[in-house]
Ligand binder design. Sequence first.
Ligand code: C2E
Ligand code: CA
Ligand code: CA
Length: 738
Amino acid sequence: MSLDGPLFDFKPEAETSIEPAQQCWKILSVEDDAGYQASLIFALDSLEVLGRGTELLCARSAFDAAQIIAHNPDISVILLDVVMEDDEAGLRLVRTIRDVIGNAEVRIILLTGQPGMAPRQDIMHRYDIDDYWCKSELTNDHLLTIITSNIRTWDHLTQLTRARQGLQMVIDASQAISSKRDIASFTHTVLLEIGHILGIEKGGILCTLLQAQCEADDATILAATEEFTNLVGHTVKSIESSELRQAFHQAATRREHCFLDGYSLFYFNSTEIDKREYLILIETRRPLLSGEVNLLQVFSENISTGFTNVALYNRLTELAYSDPLLCIPNRNWLMRELDNMSQTDRQQAELIVLEIDDFTDIGIAFGEPFCNELLYCLYRQLVSALSPDIVIARIDHDAFALLTSSAQSLDQAFFAQFLSQPLIIADAEHRIAATVTVVALRLQPNRKPEQILRLAESTVETAHKQKLGYLAYNPGFEEDIASRYALLSELRSALSREQFYVELQPKVRLSDKKLLGFEALARWTLPDGQQIPPSQFIPLAETSGLIGKLDQLVLLQTCRALHELKAAGIEVPIAFNVSSSDLTEPKFFNRMLKLIEDAGISPSQLELEITETQAVKDYSRISPSLRKLIALGMGVSIDDFGIGYSSLSHITDLAATTLKIDKSFVDRLGHSRADEQVVDMILRLGECFGFTIIAEGIETEQQRTALMNRGCQMGQGFLFARPMPLPQAIEWARTHIQ
Ligand code: C2E
Ligand code: CA
Ligand code: CA
């Protein structure tokens, strides 16, 4: 039977046993006149109402009556003599029945032997009674008619009350189950609520999950109450009673509710959403009353909705926690997993992030289908390389996370080996580069999941900056990040308040140490006097987009310095440093030219320095700007030249006038043959292509001599002078002018 069909289906033999044995209607006579009571017993003897006989209970006093009523809540009619111990005893009993015992349904018929004792209208109005008769007016027939109609009314009323209470229970029960989201607590609550509705004291209820292609005997018991409690987690096989198992099989095969003597089975499904089917078995050890069946019918509709809701909720959860492309856990899932981990689990676990390098570029070059295929392949390759207890989640468009507490060692060598295997995409071999970072969770006992994941991701950034393919997180990184952040806000305000100044370092002729020019180097002093080295604030300004502003400030001060030097009679060029982002930014370039012009400086008095790495990185966009400057008469120096020979491919048309031999080569002169060869090569390049060559970072006389011997004519370094504030630089220049 499907859920759209009739919910209840009774086996014919069960029909007769639905109602309990027919009971008599209970009538209570409260009367101190024994003769009258005897005549009542006689009169009611053969009375039948709605096919049931009557039973007369007798009380001689209001006190006896109260006790009988309290013990017999199913009394339908009370025939009550108003006058007993005293004139008001009957009326006080009415109050007790209604207000103290709280029985609002029982029909109370007041009888009086003395007409006129208590006025009828007044009494009917003041007391909650249903009839008021004078004994002498009541004929036998009349009495039977009154009792019959009152029994009918009582029956009707109590049925209504029961139905109302039952419905209230169903409403409460439905509310209780509707808040449950996971199947275990949902089914558990359903069973408890069915227990309440049926008032089950003996027996128990259990709920099982029927699995497709599975024998009914193998159905798992999800929840159970009372004597079945121990069966949770087991299968139907473990139910002791063969009769129950039989009934279970029958219901499972027919896929419908079944009502049998002593137990009932309810069938539900949420197949449309999650292909699940459920059977609830209720052992009552007594036949159900028809009213109870009706209530269960109403409730079962709610249960059915509940199963569907839980299935829907699970489906939504699945969507929220899985990656739609690869159908594997996603970032949310990872967070939840980290959140649910105990401290003990964390002791062993590591979070590893694997981020594919240049994924966006791959996307631009090869398109999205290729990228998706790449992710598939990479994922499959991870699955086959990793031990099965390691969970893989996709946490970003270009990144996977591995959560592991496995014995398998996932060290740098493992990933190097892993990434060296090609991915086969559309029958062609592809190799990808990726950055892998590791966070050991034991070091992060109090971190929230988001913080842990962020650590792993910021370690990826650190790895990128340090050009590392593999990096294990260590707590020092974080202090770096925190202090970098603090420094960044300082940097912003320092720039707006122009807290930067320049120091000038002389460039000299090596043979006589005479002044050829200066290099302007940015300096930053915090209000508390602390000096921040350029190695800290330059990269920070570069990554935060503030470098343009900083370089402009330096250029402005360089122009001022040129004026002051000129005023002191010293006319040499000053070099200033720029970042590649300055030159790829047309606005910056134009503003720079305007600034120089406004300052009244000729471009030939200036020299621009850009590092080799930066110049080459964006060479096609930067070289036109550099050429324009050279055309205007400005010098262009390639700084830190020689590191990695990266500019050699452009050497024939390098937009530069000067190459600055990097300090690291100068340092190793006399120690490393290879480095000496690099220096020689740069010097030869200078001759061949007409570049001026200058060596930087000269600290000793030996270095100066060695450089001169190799043909280098210009130099810069502490041997000659450190970078100096302008007044000192002017002093120094006076003694070193040619
Ligand atoms: P750089 O352009 O290569 O500057 C030379 C660096 O070497 C300077 O460090 C200078 O003080 C140092 N130096 C010079 N002679 C010697 C020596 O004999 N021995 C040693 N040990 N060091 C020497 P500084 O001032 O710390 O600057 C570091 C880097 O910061 C600069 O390297 C440059 O790349 C960058 N920088 C400085 N000012 C600016 C600027 O205004 N704009 C930009 N974009 N970058 C700048
Ligand atoms: Ca420089
Ligand atoms: Ca340099």
